[in-house]
Design a protein around this ligand. Structure first.
Ligand SMILES: *Cc1c(COP(=O)(O)O)cnc(C)c1O
Length: 376
């Protein structure tokens, strides 16, 4: 199903299905096998399997820039988002320079910091919202790691400028677009070499699986990615691939509700006396508002905000009833946590009173009632 005229909301319902034939199943089966009879395309379970391939085909269809139905985007699924990130980082030759954001998903920071401590890589951190500073850091880099929007700060870099500069510097650019989802951002459209997602979040959408994704239109990069997955054994399981594909089918309707609720909650939180600042992509005063409207197709279902004290933030997380105090994001159920409880967030100076709220699909008034009583 690669009709370039279809809108993404239709693509995600129909891509990755078996051929429509009389009597055929409408869904790809959950194929449980570790090996294949010799002589075919697949040989062993670490190389790939049909359920995962169906999910990968659906994501590749979504990641293909609409203006360019001719580009062949290939997607590789991994056992988690971190397995996908590691595949890009661990394949770099020793001594490579990596440009990375000062504030982004904290386990990416930890992964790169460890590679630097091992003497394998040199990490140049830079405020990626500062385009001039980011461009100045790219000389001699092998990999430019970008995140749009960032988790938890919701910062938005000027992707076209940064990916063009990375290309000119001979560096591979990767954009972690987990928080945007493939409906919100197609990094390849803005010049990225690789688009990365944790499918654990909105794509899966039900907090019941871990999975990561790397998509690229460069066949050489795709071959390297596949090779890393095979060599490190980072294949996802067939059940996870099935659930992720099933989750993907409803992504647009889940997001529609969650994004609308997130925008409303951001407005009400900003007016609450115990809340000192709110980061929301829906806020016209977002510091990179122009980039938000130029690059992102929706305003997201994640918020972060600061309260007037760390104690207030902790009390909020322990007093919510409907919202669950738990890490992660992107599920149908709303989740809240204070990010400063992690070493990795403290290391990148995330404000200690910053609370991250992943807005689910509950009724917005029930969510507000819960937040309001917990902020008392
Ligand atoms: C969760 C997350 C990851 C890591 O993905 P896992 O599936 O948890 O390994 C990477 N990037 C972002 C932005 C995330 O939110």
């Amino acid at each position: 199903m690669n009709d370039p005229r279809l809108r993404p909301e239709s693509v995600l319902v129909h891509a990755g299905r078996p051929p429509v034939q009389a009597g055929a199943a409408v869904n790809e089966a959950i194929t449980l096998t570790s090996t294949y009879v010799a002589g075919g395309e697949l040989n062993y379970g670490r190389d790939g399997h049909p359920t995962t391939a169906a999910f990968e085909a659906a994501i590749a269809a979504l990641e293909t820039p609409p203006s360019d139905g001719s580009a062949t985007v290939s997607t590789t699924a991994f056992a988690s988002g971190m397995a996908a990130a590691a595949a890009l980082v661990e394949g770099l030759p020793t001594g490579s320079v990596v440009v990375a954001p000062t504030s982004y998903y904290n386990f990416h920071r930890t992964l790169l910091a460890e590679q630097e401590a091992l003497g394998r890589l040199t990490i140049r951190t830079v405020d990626i919202t500062d385009t001039a500073a980011a461009l100045a850091a790219m000389d001699g880099a092998a990999l430019v790691w970008l995140e749009t929007p960032t988790n938890p700060g919701l910062a938005v870099p000027d992707l076209p400028a940064l990916t063009a500069a990375a290309r000119a510097a001979g560096a591979l650019s990767v954009v972690d677009a987990t928080v945007a989802t493939p409906l919100g951002l197609r990094p390849l459209e803005f010049g990225a070499d690789v688009s990365m997602h944790s499918a654990t979040k909105w794509i899966g959408g039900h907090s019941d699986l871990l999975m990561g994704l790397l998509s690229t239109a460069d066949p050489r990069v795709h071959d390297q990615i596949r090779r890393r997955r095979t060599l490190t054994g980072a294949m996802p399981g067939a059940l996870e691939a099935y659930l992720a594909l099933r989750g993907l089918r409803t992504l647009s309707v889940r997001l529609e509700r969650a994004c609308a609720s997130a925008a409303e909650l951001a407005t009400r939180l900003a007016a609450h006396p115990a809340v000192t600042s709110v980061a929301s992509l829906a806020d016209p005063r977002h510091p990179q508002a122009e980039r938000v409207s130029r690059l992102l197709r929706h305003r997201g279902a994640m918020l972060s905000f600061t309260t007037d004290s760390v104690e207030r933030a902790d009390a909020l997380c322990s007093r919510v009833h409907l919202i669950t105090h738990a890490t992660s994001l992107g599920g149908v159920e709303s989740l809240i946590e204070r990010r400063g409880r992690y070493d990795g967030e403290r290391a990148q100076h995330t404000p200690p009173e910053l609370v991250r709220l992943s807005v689910g699909i509950e009724h917005v008034e029930d969510l507000w009632d819960d937040l309001a009583q917990a902020l008392e």
